[in-house]
Design a protein around this ligand. Structure first.
Ligand SMILES: *[C@@H]1O[C@H](CO)[C@@H](O)[C@H](O)[C@H]1NC(C)=O
Length: 238
């Protein structure tokens, strides 16, 4: 009963407040609240999207699309990774329209179905489809080098001597050049891998690995550097 009475009292408008309203510590608005910040952020985002659309003429996000907005990526993630040997991989060269198109690089398999016109039959890069042709990515020999065996491919980047160096000098150069060239091979592979992972804006994505036996590379016959790459080796500047 007492409680009810008290509440009624508090709500009674005829009862004057204990303090005049003016002396109450008014929560002074700082003139810049959370809403203002949100409003500014929203404005920036809108402007950014508009600018992106203006520049790219199609994308509101500068061409960036999160992985979850790509249906293929989600589907392959749900299915789990693909493990194929080099022979099984050939079935994904695009000739079977019911199968995705795969390209492998350095033992990793990528789905490039979004580029079926490029990697599928008749496409300008159809020779890459259904196989791991890492060596060709380095040497540029798209006929002879459709193999994952990259041994010696670094020669592509090693300058040709035309100044008859001494044996010792030649050895020194070879060691230094090989180190740089092998680094370049890795950089080249990494660059293409990025593209196949879809980092360049293409709808390609990684799906799995090529199954190979231990020490597979050493079991293959060693290759010479293909003719075209040999011809295009840089000349050493004096
Ligand atoms: C290529 O594969 C080899 C062997 O698996 C690995 O050591 C190397 O880091 C890979 N290179 C790149 C650029 O991913």
């Amino acid at each position: 009963m007492a409680e009810v009475r008290q509440r009624a009292k508090a709500a009674d408008p005829t009862i004057a407040p204990s303090e005049p309203p003016s002396s109450k510590p008014i929560k002074k608005s700082s003139g810049f609240g959370v809403t203002d910040i949100l409003r500014i952020l929203g404005g920036i985002l809108l402007l950014n999207a508009a600018l992106s659309y203006f520049v790219t003429s199609s994308s509101l996000t500068w061409g960036w699309r999160p992985w979850y907005s790509k249906p293929g990526v989600v589907a392959s993630w749900l299915k789990g990774p693909v493990y194929l040997n080099d022979l099984e991989l050939l079935a994904y060269n695009g000739r079977d329209p019911s199968k995705p198109v795969y390209v492998a690089l350095n033992g990793t398999i990528y789905d490039v179905s979004a580029g079926r016109h490029v990697y599928g039959p008749g496409g300008s890069y159809s020779f890459f489809a259904g196989r791991d042709a890492t060596r060709a990515f380095i040497t540029g020999c798209f006929q002879e080098d459709l193999t994952p065996d990259i041994r010696g491919a670094e020669l592509t980047y090693i300058p040709v001597d035309d100044d008859n160096p001494s044996k010792a000098e030649a050895k020194l150069r070879r060691e230094r050049d090989t180190r740089f060239a092998k680094k370049r091979v890795q950089d080249t592979i990494e660059g293409w891998s990025k593209m196949f992972r879809g980092e360049g804006g293409k709808d390609y994505f990684e799906v799995g690995k090529v199954k190979r036996i231990e020490g597979w590379m050493e079991k293959l016959p060693k290759r010479e550097l293909c003719e075209q790459a040999q011809k295009q080796r840089p000349k050493r500047k004096a």
